[in-house]
Design a protein around this ligand. Structure first.
Ligand SMILES: [Zn+2]
Ligand SMILES: [Zn+2]
Length: 152
């Protein structure tokens, strides 16, 4: 299930819209991303990863990322790379769902997201509900966060 949030700073008026999770077309998104990945559309790193790890997968869920340099937030496809571990069922599944990634796969490498504003490195933010997002402009001011809707 996916969530759509709007965040707002009372002090400076900063506003941003952020997605978390995935929509009901997850299977389609996943297959497309895996194909794009193999074709190099998601960058050399993912292309090489999928080439070297035929059983490797990528996480295509939307996450909220924060720039380590300027503090800006953005919704990004996680694109972290995972490989099977000992617990992974041996079957040729076409689609691996996010729950299964958590159970059966181990993180191989985090995808390096770049900030569109300053080109800094972005880090994925854990669940937005458990996390107070701070305004990129005002620093310490906590953004107001509203659930706009769920897209399931
Ligand atoms: Zn602000
Ligand atoms: Zn930045």
């Amino acid at each position: 299930m996916g969530m759509f949030y709007s965040v707002y700073c009372k002090k400076c008026g900063y506003r941003n819209y952020l997605n978390h999770g995935h929509g009901f077309l997850y299977g389609e998104t996943y297959s497309k991303a895996m194909n794009d990945g193999k074709e190099g559309k998601l960058g050399e790193e993912i292309k090489n990863f999928l080439l070297m790890n035929p059983e490797g997968i990528i996480d295509v869920e939307f996450r909220i990322a924060q720039c380590q340099k300027c503090g800006e937030y953005a919704s990004v496809k996680a694109l972290n790379m995972y490989v099977p571990d000992e617990t992974t069922p041996k079957c040729n599944k076409k689609i691996v769902f996010p729950d299964e990634i958590g159970y059966y796969y181990k993180l191989y490498k985090e995808f390096p997201h770049k900030c569109k504003k300053c080109n800094g490195i972005m880090k994925l933010v854990p669940k937005i509900n458990d996390y107070n997002l701070k305004c990129p402009n005002c620093g310490d001011v906590i953004l107001e966060c509203r659930d706009e809707m769920s897209w399931s």
